[in-house]
Ligand binder design. Structure first.
Ligand SMILES: [Ca+2]
Ligand SMILES: [Ca+2]
Ligand SMILES: [Ca+2]
Ligand SMILES: [Ca+2]
Length: 268
């Protein structure tokens, strides 16, 4: 059975804002996993076997003349289209992929595509593939810094995770019987930082220009960020392809039931 909860918004700012205001959140699900995205806030949940694993995933951008980083959202850019689809209708009838298209009137276009794959029930496994395409539709050379910010709270709690970045492009984080890894397949980020999630978030949301400091390990409320400094000629595109995988931590199966019972949510 093929169901397609597609919502295509015409390239009209007026239509887009009306549609978005009525339903800003989109949920993907596949087997034991679900993920929620908000056009104004980025990814706001990722559950695996009923356990909350993610507090936030957000993207930020900074144009050459901007005085601070800005959140990739329908509030800071025009949302030209958003579309969920079922990429494995032979398995289920749940939408598992989300595409969003943002732009500004100076020729910057950012497209994000997420595809969720869950594992079997109780497996503690799920995967989220991500592709981000940054295009310069203007006639001028464009300089842009692009940031990914991720705040996993593995096992549903925030303060007890450990995280590290290896080789400048591969993250691992673990706690409570779960571990998550992300490999930045291409291209290598210019800068990275793992640290206190609230401190990194504050840096990306204050009114100053910031760059990441290449800190490679942290324990506590782990968050991490990658930064790409990009120069695009007229008509050029920059494509980031990466993958997040949640798997059970070795030797931690005994904690799985406990992790589910101790879920606590941070206040947003
Ligand atoms: Ca599906
Ligand atoms: Ca935790
Ligand atoms: Ca800043
Ligand atoms: Ca965290």
């Amino acid at each position: 059975m093929f169901t397609n909860h597609a919502l295509i918004i015409a390239a009209s700012a007026a239509i887009a804002s009306t549609a978005v205001a009525s339903d800003p959140q989109f949920v993907l699900s596949d087997r034991n996993s679900s993920a929620t995205f908000d056009v104004n806030n980025g990814q706001i949940s990722w559950e695996v076997d009923g356990v909350s694993q993610l507090f936030a995933q957000e993207f930020y951008f900074r144009r050459a003349n901007d005085t601070s980083e800005r959140l990739l959202s329908a509030e800071n850019l025009s949302l030209d289209g958003i579309f969920t689809t079922d990429t494995n209708p032979f398995r289920d009838d749940s939408d598992d992929a989300l595409s969003q298209l943002f732009s500004d009137d100076a020729g910057l276009q950012i497209e994000t595509i997420f595809t969720l794959r869950g594992g079997s029930d109780g497996s503690s496994r799920a995967d989220l593939a991500e592709q981000i395409v940054i295009r310069n539709l203007s006639q001028e050379t464009m300089s842009i810094s692009f940031f990914q910010f991720v705040d996993f709270d593995l096992g549903g709690d925030a303060g007890d995770d450990a995280g590290q970045i290896m080789s400048g492009n591969t993250v691992s984080q673990s706690d409570d019987g779960f571990s998550v890894s992300e490999t930045v397949v291409t291209p290598q980020p210019n800068f990275f930082q793992v640290g206190d999630a609230d401190e990194i978030s504050a840096m990306l949301n204050d009114d100053q220009v910031d760059s990441l400091d290449n800190t490679a390990s942290f324990a506590g409320n782990v968050g991490w960020s990658f930064q790409w400094d990009i120069t695009l000629g007229a008509g050029e595109a920059f494509i980031i392809t990466k993958d997040k995988s949640i798997v059970p931590s070795p030797g931690s199966f005994a904690l799985l039931g406990l992790a589910g019972a101790l879920v606590t949510r941070r206040r947003r």
